[in-house]
Ligand binder design. Structure first.
Ligand code: FAD
Ligand code: FES
Length: 348
Protein backbone atom coordinates (compact mmCIF):
# COMPACT_ATOMS: atom_id res chain seq x y z
CA UNK A 1 0.00 0.00 0.00
CA UNK A 2 1.36 3.47 -0.81
CA UNK A 3 0.62 6.91 0.61
CA UNK A 4 -1.01 7.72 -2.76
CA UNK A 5 -3.52 4.85 -2.24
CA UNK A 6 -4.50 6.22 1.14
CA UNK A 7 -3.63 9.89 1.58
CA UNK A 8 -3.33 11.53 5.00
CA UNK A 9 -6.32 11.86 7.27
CA UNK A 10 -7.64 15.44 7.43
CA UNK A 11 -9.82 15.95 10.49
CA UNK A 12 -11.26 12.47 9.89
CA UNK A 13 -13.78 10.77 12.16
CA UNK A 14 -12.48 7.63 13.86
CA UNK A 15 -14.66 5.27 15.88
CA UNK A 16 -13.29 3.56 18.96
CA UNK A 17 -13.77 -0.21 18.53
CA UNK A 18 -11.74 -1.56 21.45
CA UNK A 19 -10.03 -0.45 24.65
CA UNK A 20 -7.30 -2.56 26.25
CA UNK A 21 -5.78 -1.94 29.67
CA UNK A 22 -1.96 -2.22 29.43
CA UNK A 23 -0.89 -1.18 32.94
CA UNK A 24 -2.81 0.53 35.78
CA UNK A 25 -2.02 3.89 34.11
CA UNK A 26 -1.88 3.07 30.38
CA UNK A 27 -4.54 2.01 27.93
CA UNK A 28 -4.65 1.19 24.25
CA UNK A 29 -7.51 2.68 22.20
CA UNK A 30 -8.22 1.00 18.87
CA UNK A 31 -10.00 3.00 16.17
CA UNK A 32 -11.53 2.34 12.79
CA UNK A 33 -12.28 4.92 10.15
CA UNK A 34 -15.93 5.60 9.44
CA UNK A 35 -15.29 5.60 5.69
CA UNK A 36 -13.75 2.66 3.82
CA UNK A 37 -10.02 2.45 3.28
CA UNK A 38 -7.04 2.53 5.53
CA UNK A 39 -4.26 4.90 6.49
CA UNK A 40 -0.79 4.51 4.96
CA UNK A 41 1.72 5.49 7.60
CA UNK A 42 5.23 4.63 8.65
CA UNK A 43 5.92 2.89 11.95
CA UNK A 44 6.96 5.68 14.34
CA UNK A 45 4.53 8.34 13.07
CA UNK A 46 1.74 9.95 15.08
CA UNK A 47 -1.79 11.33 14.65
CA UNK A 48 -3.05 14.72 15.80
CA UNK A 49 -6.36 14.30 17.63
CA UNK A 50 -9.03 16.88 18.39
CA UNK A 51 -11.14 16.05 21.43
CA UNK A 52 -14.26 18.00 22.40
CA UNK A 53 -14.07 18.25 26.17
CA UNK A 54 -16.80 20.21 27.96
CA UNK A 55 -17.23 22.53 24.99
CA UNK A 56 -13.49 23.14 24.49
CA UNK A 57 -11.45 21.68 21.65
CA UNK A 58 -8.25 20.05 22.93
CA UNK A 59 -5.53 19.07 20.47
CA UNK A 60 -3.04 16.34 21.35
CA UNK A 61 -0.66 14.14 19.39
CA UNK A 62 -0.45 10.38 19.95
CA UNK A 63 1.98 7.99 18.28
CA UNK A 64 0.41 5.05 16.51
CA UNK A 65 1.29 1.92 18.47
CA UNK A 66 -0.29 -0.38 15.87
CA UNK A 67 1.49 -1.83 12.87
CA UNK A 68 1.23 -0.02 9.51
CA UNK A 69 0.29 -3.41 8.05
CA UNK A 70 -3.01 -3.19 9.98
CA UNK A 71 -3.91 0.01 8.16
CA UNK A 72 -7.63 -0.11 8.97
CA UNK A 73 -7.34 -0.59 12.72
CA UNK A 74 -5.32 2.23 14.20
CA UNK A 75 -4.21 2.01 17.82
CA UNK A 76 -2.79 4.55 20.22
CA UNK A 77 -1.57 3.82 23.72
CA UNK A 78 -2.01 6.61 26.24
CA UNK A 79 -0.37 6.89 29.64
CA UNK A 80 -2.17 8.95 32.26
CA UNK A 81 -0.28 12.12 33.12
CA UNK A 82 -0.84 13.48 36.64
CA UNK A 83 -3.03 16.55 36.31
CA UNK A 84 -3.20 16.08 32.53
CA UNK A 85 -6.49 17.17 30.99
CA UNK A 86 -6.78 14.88 27.96
CA UNK A 87 -5.05 11.71 29.15
CA UNK A 88 -7.28 11.58 32.24
CA UNK A 89 -10.38 12.52 30.25
CA UNK A 90 -9.72 9.62 27.87
CA UNK A 91 -9.47 7.19 30.79
CA UNK A 92 -12.70 8.39 32.34
CA UNK A 93 -14.83 9.15 29.28
CA UNK A 94 -13.78 7.48 26.04
CA UNK A 95 -15.84 4.33 25.56
CA UNK A 96 -16.12 1.79 22.75
CA UNK A 97 -18.37 3.32 20.05
CA UNK A 98 -17.26 6.91 20.73
CA UNK A 99 -16.05 9.06 17.85
CA UNK A 100 -12.98 11.27 17.78
CA UNK A 101 -11.37 13.38 15.06
CA UNK A 102 -7.79 12.93 13.87
CA UNK A 103 -5.35 14.19 11.23
CA UNK A 104 -2.09 12.69 10.02
CA UNK A 105 -0.05 10.60 10.06
CA UNK A 106 2.82 13.01 10.74
CA UNK A 107 6.36 12.89 12.01
CA UNK A 108 9.92 12.12 11.00
CA UNK A 109 10.58 9.43 13.61
CA UNK A 110 10.99 6.65 11.04
CA UNK A 111 13.64 5.41 8.65
CA UNK A 112 11.83 5.88 5.38
CA UNK A 113 11.71 3.13 2.79
CA UNK A 114 15.30 2.24 1.98
CA UNK A 115 17.51 2.44 5.08
CA UNK A 116 18.47 -1.01 6.39
CA UNK A 117 21.14 -0.12 9.01
CA UNK A 118 21.11 -2.22 12.20
CA UNK A 119 18.85 -0.57 14.75
CA UNK A 120 18.72 0.25 18.42
CA UNK A 121 15.29 1.24 19.70
CA UNK A 122 15.86 2.96 23.03
CA UNK A 123 12.70 3.88 24.90
CA UNK A 124 11.39 4.69 28.36
CA UNK A 125 7.87 4.81 29.82
CA UNK A 126 5.18 5.74 27.31
CA UNK A 127 7.97 6.36 24.76
CA UNK A 128 7.57 2.69 23.91
CA UNK A 129 4.54 3.43 21.68
CA UNK A 130 6.28 4.28 18.36
CA UNK A 131 8.77 1.44 18.96
CA UNK A 132 5.83 -0.94 19.47
CA UNK A 133 4.56 0.02 16.03
CA UNK A 134 8.04 -0.70 14.63
CA UNK A 135 8.29 -4.10 16.35
CA UNK A 136 4.75 -5.05 15.32
CA UNK A 137 5.55 -4.15 11.71
CA UNK A 138 8.68 -6.38 11.85
CA UNK A 139 6.49 -9.17 13.22
CA UNK A 140 3.79 -8.67 10.57
CA UNK A 141 6.22 -8.55 7.65
CA UNK A 142 8.60 -11.31 8.82
CA UNK A 143 11.46 -8.78 8.77
CA UNK A 144 14.99 -10.09 9.30
CA UNK A 145 16.40 -6.66 10.13
CA UNK A 146 18.92 -6.61 12.95
CA UNK A 147 17.30 -4.77 15.87
CA UNK A 148 18.07 -4.40 19.57
CA UNK A 149 15.19 -2.99 21.58
CA UNK A 150 16.11 -1.62 25.03
CA UNK A 151 13.18 -0.40 27.12
CA UNK A 152 13.16 1.18 30.59
CA UNK A 153 10.08 1.06 32.85
CA UNK A 154 9.91 2.11 36.47
CA UNK A 155 8.63 -1.31 37.59
CA UNK A 156 7.42 -4.59 36.16
CA UNK A 157 3.80 -3.51 36.71
CA UNK A 158 4.41 -0.27 34.80
CA UNK A 159 5.93 -1.97 31.78
CA UNK A 160 3.64 -1.40 28.81
CA UNK A 161 3.50 -4.37 26.36
CA UNK A 162 5.55 -6.61 28.72
CA UNK A 163 3.92 -9.83 27.45
CA UNK A 164 4.21 -8.85 23.81
CA UNK A 165 7.92 -8.08 24.28
CA UNK A 166 8.47 -11.71 25.23
CA UNK A 167 6.58 -12.74 22.08
CA UNK A 168 8.67 -10.43 19.86
CA UNK A 169 11.85 -11.92 21.36
CA UNK A 170 10.70 -15.40 20.33
CA UNK A 171 9.18 -14.63 16.93
CA UNK A 172 11.17 -11.80 15.27
CA UNK A 173 14.31 -13.45 13.83
CA UNK A 174 17.12 -10.92 14.39
CA UNK A 175 15.59 -9.05 17.32
CA UNK A 176 17.02 -8.83 20.81
CA UNK A 177 14.66 -7.39 23.43
CA UNK A 178 16.08 -6.02 26.68
CA UNK A 179 13.57 -4.70 29.23
CA UNK A 180 14.97 -2.95 32.33
CA UNK A 181 13.36 -1.59 35.44
CA UNK A 182 14.61 1.58 37.07
CA UNK A 183 12.96 1.96 40.50
CA UNK A 184 15.14 0.29 43.17
CA UNK A 185 12.10 -0.65 45.32
CA UNK A 186 10.87 -2.73 42.36
CA UNK A 187 14.11 -4.71 41.78
CA UNK A 188 13.15 -7.61 44.06
CA UNK A 189 12.08 -10.64 41.97
CA UNK A 190 13.24 -9.08 38.67
CA UNK A 191 15.83 -11.25 36.94
CA UNK A 192 16.79 -8.88 34.10
CA UNK A 193 19.04 -5.82 34.08
CA UNK A 194 18.11 -2.80 36.19
CA UNK A 195 18.89 0.90 36.53
CA UNK A 196 18.76 4.09 34.52
CA UNK A 197 20.98 4.37 31.45
CA UNK A 198 24.73 4.86 31.90
CA UNK A 199 27.58 4.60 29.40
CA UNK A 200 28.85 1.35 30.98
CA UNK A 201 25.38 -0.16 31.09
CA UNK A 202 24.61 0.60 27.43
CA UNK A 203 28.06 -0.58 26.29
CA UNK A 204 27.45 -3.83 28.20
CA UNK A 205 23.96 -4.37 26.81
CA UNK A 206 24.70 -3.29 23.23
CA UNK A 207 28.44 -3.74 22.56
CA UNK A 208 28.12 -2.65 18.90
CA UNK A 209 26.04 0.44 19.75
CA UNK A 210 28.38 2.67 17.68
CA UNK A 211 27.34 1.04 14.40
CA UNK A 212 23.60 1.20 15.04
CA UNK A 213 21.02 3.78 14.06
CA UNK A 214 19.31 4.76 17.31
CA UNK A 215 15.63 5.71 17.64
CA UNK A 216 15.10 7.15 21.12
CA UNK A 217 11.76 8.12 22.68
CA UNK A 218 10.85 8.82 26.29
CA UNK A 219 10.80 11.63 28.85
CA UNK A 220 12.90 14.67 27.91
CA UNK A 221 15.39 14.02 30.74
CA UNK A 222 15.92 10.43 29.54
CA UNK A 223 16.62 11.50 25.96
CA UNK A 224 18.94 14.31 27.10
CA UNK A 225 20.87 11.88 29.32
CA UNK A 226 21.43 9.49 26.42
CA UNK A 227 22.29 12.30 24.01
CA UNK A 228 25.05 13.53 26.35
CA UNK A 229 26.57 10.01 26.31
CA UNK A 230 26.86 9.81 22.51
CA UNK A 231 30.56 10.87 22.29
CA UNK A 232 31.59 8.28 24.91
CA UNK A 233 29.46 5.64 23.22
CA UNK A 234 31.10 6.59 19.91
CA UNK A 235 27.72 7.16 18.30
CA UNK A 236 27.56 9.63 15.42
CA UNK A 237 24.87 12.22 16.38
CA UNK A 238 23.54 11.80 12.82
CA UNK A 239 22.55 8.26 13.83
CA UNK A 240 20.58 9.43 16.88
CA UNK A 241 16.93 10.21 16.14
CA UNK A 242 14.55 11.31 18.89
CA UNK A 243 10.81 11.77 19.28
CA UNK A 244 9.70 14.28 21.88
CA UNK A 245 6.32 13.88 23.56
CA UNK A 246 6.56 17.52 24.59
CA UNK A 247 7.43 19.89 27.35
CA UNK A 248 4.91 20.19 30.17
CA UNK A 249 1.96 22.45 29.60
CA UNK A 250 3.12 24.90 32.22
CA UNK A 251 6.68 25.29 30.96
CA UNK A 252 7.28 28.85 29.89
CA UNK A 253 8.46 29.80 26.47
CA UNK A 254 11.51 32.02 27.02
CA UNK A 255 11.22 35.63 25.98
CA UNK A 256 14.56 37.04 24.82
CA UNK A 257 16.10 39.76 26.94
CA UNK A 258 18.26 41.06 24.10
CA UNK A 259 16.84 44.49 23.36
CA UNK A 260 19.11 44.98 20.33
CA UNK A 261 16.88 42.72 18.19
CA UNK A 262 14.29 44.43 15.99
CA UNK A 263 10.99 45.19 17.74
CA UNK A 264 7.85 44.52 15.74
CA UNK A 265 4.22 44.03 16.69
CA UNK A 266 2.07 40.90 16.90
CA UNK A 267 -1.70 41.37 16.77
CA UNK A 268 -4.10 38.55 17.61
CA UNK A 269 -7.18 39.21 15.52
CA UNK A 270 -9.72 37.13 17.48
CA UNK A 271 -8.84 38.53 20.89
CA UNK A 272 -7.97 41.96 19.51
CA UNK A 273 -4.80 42.18 21.61
CA UNK A 274 -1.50 43.46 20.33
CA UNK A 275 1.98 43.05 21.88
CA UNK A 276 5.53 43.93 20.88
CA UNK A 277 7.44 40.99 19.42
CA UNK A 278 11.17 40.82 18.77
CA UNK A 279 12.69 39.01 15.82
CA UNK A 280 14.16 36.48 18.30
CA UNK A 281 10.83 35.67 19.92
CA UNK A 282 8.41 32.95 18.81
CA UNK A 283 4.79 33.74 18.00
CA UNK A 284 3.94 31.40 20.89
CA UNK A 285 5.78 33.50 23.45
CA UNK A 286 4.07 36.62 22.05
CA UNK A 287 0.71 34.85 22.42
CA UNK A 288 1.54 34.01 26.04
CA UNK A 289 2.53 37.65 26.66
CA UNK A 290 -0.81 38.74 25.16
CA UNK A 291 -2.78 36.22 27.26
CA UNK A 292 -3.90 34.39 24.10
CA UNK A 293 -4.19 30.60 24.33
CA UNK A 294 -2.46 28.63 21.58
CA UNK A 295 -2.54 24.85 22.03
CA UNK A 296 0.86 23.15 22.05
CA UNK A 297 2.30 19.72 22.38
CA UNK A 298 5.94 19.19 21.34
CA UNK A 299 7.01 22.88 21.31
CA UNK A 300 9.68 21.88 18.78
CA UNK A 301 8.00 22.39 15.42
CA UNK A 302 7.34 18.68 14.97
CA UNK A 303 3.72 17.90 15.81
CA UNK A 304 1.71 20.70 14.19
CA UNK A 305 -0.56 21.25 17.22
CA UNK A 306 0.25 24.98 17.46
CA UNK A 307 -0.68 25.74 13.81
CA UNK A 308 -2.00 29.30 13.35
CA UNK A 309 -3.10 31.34 10.35
CA UNK A 310 -1.02 34.41 9.52
CA UNK A 311 -3.52 36.99 8.28
CA UNK A 312 -0.89 39.56 7.33
CA UNK A 313 2.84 40.03 7.62
CA UNK A 314 5.66 37.55 7.20
CA UNK A 315 7.27 34.94 9.43
CA UNK A 316 10.34 32.71 9.42
CA UNK A 317 9.15 29.14 10.18
CA UNK A 318 11.95 26.98 11.63
CA UNK A 319 9.97 23.76 11.82
CA UNK A 320 10.96 20.15 12.24
CA UNK A 321 8.44 18.51 9.91
CA UNK A 322 5.27 19.68 11.70
CA UNK A 323 3.91 21.64 8.73
CA UNK A 324 3.77 20.97 5.00
CA UNK A 325 4.83 23.33 2.23
CA UNK A 326 1.18 23.35 1.10
CA UNK A 327 0.04 24.59 4.52
CA UNK A 328 2.77 27.25 4.58
CA UNK A 329 1.77 28.35 1.08
CA UNK A 330 -1.79 28.78 2.40
CA UNK A 331 -0.51 31.14 5.09
CA UNK A 332 -0.28 28.81 8.08
CA UNK A 333 2.65 28.79 10.51
CA UNK A 334 3.62 26.95 13.69
CA UNK A 335 3.51 29.35 16.65
CA UNK A 336 6.17 27.49 18.66
CA UNK A 337 8.90 27.82 16.02
CA UNK A 338 7.92 30.84 13.90
CA UNK A 339 9.57 34.26 14.17
CA UNK A 340 8.09 37.50 12.89
CA UNK A 341 10.05 39.21 10.14
CA UNK A 342 7.55 42.09 9.90
CA UNK A 343 4.56 43.27 11.91
CA UNK A 344 2.16 40.30 11.93
CA UNK A 345 -1.55 39.69 12.40
CA UNK A 346 -2.30 36.18 13.66
CA UNK A 347 -5.75 34.58 13.71
CA UNK A 348 -5.93 33.56 17.38
C1 FAD B 1 4.56 13.56 18.65
C2 FAD B 1 3.92 13.20 19.99
C3 FAD B 1 3.54 11.88 20.22
C4 FAD B 1 2.97 11.53 21.45
N1 FAD B 1 2.63 10.23 21.67
C5 FAD B 1 2.14 9.86 22.87
C6 FAD B 1 1.82 8.50 23.13
O1 FAD B 1 1.97 7.62 22.28
N2 FAD B 1 1.33 8.18 24.36
C7 FAD B 1 1.15 9.13 25.34
O2 FAD B 1 0.68 8.79 26.44
N3 FAD B 1 1.44 10.43 25.11
C8 FAD B 1 1.92 10.81 23.90
N4 FAD B 1 2.20 12.14 23.66
C9 FAD B 1 1.90 13.14 24.70
C10 FAD B 1 0.44 13.61 24.55
O3 FAD B 1 0.31 14.36 23.36
C11 FAD B 1 -0.01 14.52 25.69
O4 FAD B 1 0.91 15.58 25.82
C12 FAD B 1 -0.13 13.77 27.01
O5 FAD B 1 -1.11 12.75 26.91
C13 FAD B 1 -0.51 14.74 28.15
O6 FAD B 1 -1.68 15.40 27.79
P1 FAD B 1 -2.72 15.88 28.90
O7 FAD B 1 -3.76 16.67 28.24
O8 FAD B 1 -3.14 14.72 29.74
O9 FAD B 1 -1.82 16.77 29.80
P2 FAD B 1 -1.83 18.38 29.84
O10 FAD B 1 -3.13 18.85 30.39
O11 FAD B 1 -1.41 18.88 28.52
O12 FAD B 1 -0.70 18.58 30.91
C14 FAD B 1 0.64 18.25 30.62
C15 FAD B 1 1.51 18.48 31.86
O13 FAD B 1 1.35 19.74 32.39
C16 FAD B 1 0.94 19.64 33.72
N5 FAD B 1 -0.11 20.65 33.97
C17 FAD B 1 -1.21 20.84 33.25
N6 FAD B 1 -1.92 21.86 33.77
C18 FAD B 1 -1.20 22.31 34.80
C19 FAD B 1 -1.38 23.37 35.72
N7 FAD B 1 -2.45 24.14 35.65
N8 FAD B 1 -0.45 23.58 36.66
C20 FAD B 1 0.64 22.79 36.74
N9 FAD B 1 0.86 21.78 35.89
C21 FAD B 1 -0.05 21.56 34.94
C22 FAD B 1 0.36 18.27 33.90
O14 FAD B 1 0.45 17.80 35.21
C23 FAD B 1 1.22 17.53 33.00
O15 FAD B 1 2.44 17.23 33.64
C24 FAD B 1 2.76 12.51 22.45
C25 FAD B 1 3.13 13.84 22.18
C26 FAD B 1 3.70 14.18 20.98
C27 FAD B 1 4.10 15.61 20.71
S1 FES C 1 3.72 22.50 19.54
FE1 FES C 1 4.35 20.91 18.19
S2 FES C 1 4.75 22.04 16.38
FE2 FES C 1 4.37 23.57 17.83
Amino acid sequence: MTQQDHPKLEDTVLRCVAIRPETPTARTYVFEMEQAGGLAFKAGQFLNFTFDIDGTEELRSYSLSSSPVQSKRLAITVKKVEGGRVSNWLFENLKVGAQVRASGANGQFHWGDTDDAPLLLLTAGSGITPAASMMRSFSDTGSTRNVVFVHYASSRGDMIFADEMRLWARTIPNAQIIPLITRPEAYSGWVGPVGRPTVAQLQGLVPDIGRRKIYCCGPEAFMETVEKMLPELQVDPENFVTESFGASADSDVPVPQNTSSTQLSATFSRSGSSVPISTEQTLLSAAQAAGVRVQTSCKKGACGTCRVKIESGSVDIRHDGGISQREMDKGFALACCSYATSDVVIRA
